[in-house]
Ligand binder design. Structure first.
Ligand code: SF4
Ligand code: SF4
Length: 97
């Protein structure tokens, strides 16, 4: 399968690897990925006792996890994965049309 590619400033081929999933079983809600991402993609949320997502500061939140709130903003740089200590991320290039 071929992928959508772009080029770097120096004219080299560059294939964005867009954020696909964050494993909420592994995530410890440390916020490192949030600080690494400059594109307003991620948001810290809480998980309640039934496994539902709530606001991070909600009293019902039993633990915190990062979620992909705005996937449409992702540029596929993988900075989030590089700083994640728990290997939570999966990424996927866009398939060429
Ligand atoms: S790949 Fe880059 S732009 Fe996309 S969520 Fe990760 S850090 Fe943000
Ligand atoms: S860096 Fe990894 S463990 Fe930390 S909040 Fe992000 S996804 Fe979760």
């Amino acid at each position: 399968m071929s992928s959508m590619t772009g080029i770097t400033k120096g004219g080299l081929a560059w294939t964005p690897n867009f954020v696909d999933q964050i494993d909420d079983e592994k995530c410890i809600g440390c916020g490192r990925c949030y600080r690494a991402c400059g594109r307003d993609v991620l948001m810290l949320k809480g998980i309640d006792e039934d496994g539902g997502l709530v606001a991070a500061d909600d009293d019902e939140a039993e633990r915190k996890v990062m979620v992909i709130e705005h996937p449409e903003n992702c540029i596929g740089c993988e900075a989030c994965s590089r700083v994640c200590p728990k290997d939570c991320y999966t990424h996927t290039p866009l398939a060429a049309a």
